[in-house]
Design a protein. Structure first.
Length: 170
């Protein structure tokens, strides 16, 4: 195994982060990155997936529909629960976002509709990242004994949608 001078690594990361921030990209160095990976998954597992299973909608369209909005909230709550159980700690608060309702409000505050990356894949009939975004977190949930019915249902629908359009490309 390699040994690292962690102080030098952190210093290099902080310099890189400063360069990104100076050029308009929000970047920060964090100690426990797994918590932030789960936090990113909260948005991806909800908005990305529902954009496809709802028929190709952007964030504004989804949030304007009460049923989609509730589905997104429930998916987020499941990911929060799994992420916190997997890391053994609460997920971090970032830019004042501290739970599903705050995530939804922060997304709603974006005035330009967002077309999630999975929606772009769906429209282009490319394979979607449902394994990483839903299947692996579901595997973690099962291992931890956490029931995630919304994630399971959306995952099943995504696989079916993708299978249909990939088969039609042949």
């Amino acid at each position: 195994t390699a040994s690292y001078d962690m102080a030098a690594v952190v210093e290099s990361l902080q310099r890189l982060s400063a360069i990104w921030n100076e050029n308009g990209a929000m970047c920060m160095v964090v100690e426990k990155i797994q918590r932030f990976r789960w936090l990113k998954l909260v948005w991806n597992a909800s908005f990305n997936t529902v954009s496809v299973v709802s028929g190709g909608n952007n964030t504004q369209q989804m949030l304007n529909d009460p049923h989609c909005r509730e589905l997104i909230r429930n998916l987020m709550a499941e990911v929060y629960k799994i992420g916190e159980a997997a890391t053994g700690e609460p997920l971090p608060v970032l830019l004042g976002v501290d739970g599903p309702d705050a995530f939804i409000a922060s997304t709603e505050a974006i005035k330009t509709p967002v077309g999630p990356s999975m929606l772009m894949d769906f429209r282009a009939r490319r394979p979607m990242e449902h394994e990483v975004i839903l299947k692996r977190p579901l595997d973690v949930a099962k291992r931890l004994g956490i029931h995630a019915p919304y994630m399971e249902a959306v995952y099943a629908l995504l696989v079916m949608v993708e299978k249909k359009y990939l088969a039609s490309r042949l």
